[in-house]
Design a protein around this ligand. Structure first.
Ligand SMILES: [Zn+2]
Length: 287
């Protein structure tokens, strides 16, 4: 997006943040914390190095000088506090970088369009190339696609490995919950895709495995941002849906029930932080 088309101004950015956040964003921008800057239509995307070793994925849509959407994988963005009205320092850094150096933003056509334009042979070559650079993604090939109700059964171990990989990558450092949560969200998205295709079996495997693994690691984090807690909540809601929809599948219902009960029990043992608050309701209503 050429700068003149966005009509973005410094004043506009200031209007969305307090002075402190603006100052931090400006520091990030000046210290060149913005990397892989690109734009597709009205949307600007980049990675932003935060404080410490955290890297956040930032995305913001600017139309006619107005911020119409903002999103960041940092705890502030994860809480949903990042919106048109309030944005985090990373979004500020992205916008300031765009104001100062629009030439850094490469034109990046919409991913779907870019992929759909390519033929099968080209896509296979592209995937091979990607796997060479990121061999850990090979595990994705074991995941049955949610598109059309899948006949393949998803192996829980595949999901478990991915979840553990994300925790391991985080190094269990303080404040990394936001990063873990954003990686884990994309795994839960897979669960939602299965739900959309009424594939309760595979959806349950995704939710159950993610919830299990997050609870297993819960003690290692302070989770001040509540990012891990939100992951569990998302998993519980997913399991609840699988439970109430898979009426004729006794085995599956037993598994979802067990998984929900485990969350509830964990919360009781943890001292009642409200992790499984909606579980009794789900269990008592949906028989
Ligand atoms: Zn942020």
């Amino acid at each position: 997006m050429p700068k003149h088309k966005s009509n973005l101004t410094l004043e506009m950015i200031r209007r969305h943040v307090d002075a402190l956040t603006f100052g931090r964003g400006r520091e990030y921008a000046y210290a060149k914390h913005i990397a892989h800057a690109r734009h597709a239509g009205d949307t600007l995307k980049a990675d932003c190095f935060g404080s410490g070793e955290n890297v956040y994925r930032v995305q913001v849509t600017v139309r006619d000088g107005e911020i119409v959407d903002a999103d960041c994988s940092c705890p502030v963005g994860m809480d949903g506090d990042c919106s048109q009205t309030t944005v985090c320092a990373h979004v500020v850094a992205l916008l300031l970088t765009f104001l100062e150096q629009p030439e850094l933003f490469r034109d990046f056509e919409d991913l779907d369009v870019a992929l759909e334009r390519r033929g099968k042979e080209e896509l296979v070559a592209l995937i091979k190339q990607m796997l060479k650079q990121a061999p850990e993604l090979e595990a994705l090939l074991e995941i049955p696609l949610a598109k059309n109700k899948s006949t393949r059964v998803l192996n829980a171990e595949t999901i478990r490995k991915q979840v553990r990989g994300h925790f391991k990558q985080s190094g269990y450092r303080w404040g990394t919950e936001g990063l873990i949560a954003s990686a884990m969200d994309s795994i839960l998205d897979l669960g939602d895709d299965y739900v959309a295709n009424r594939d309760w079996r595979n959806a349950t495997t995704v939710y159950h495995t993610v919830v299990d693994q997050v609870l297993e690691q819960f003690y290692q984090f302070h989770d001040e941002s509540g990012a891990l807690r939100m992951l569990v909540e998302r998993g519980v809601n997913g399991l609840a849906e699988c439970f109430s929809e898979s009426v004729n599948e006794a085995m599956l219902r037993a598994e979802t029930l067990r998984a929900l009960f485990d969350v509830y029990q964990f919360d009781v043992e943890f001292g009642g932080i409200g992790l499984g608050d909606n579980v009794p309701e789900v269990i008592s209503l949906d028989w």
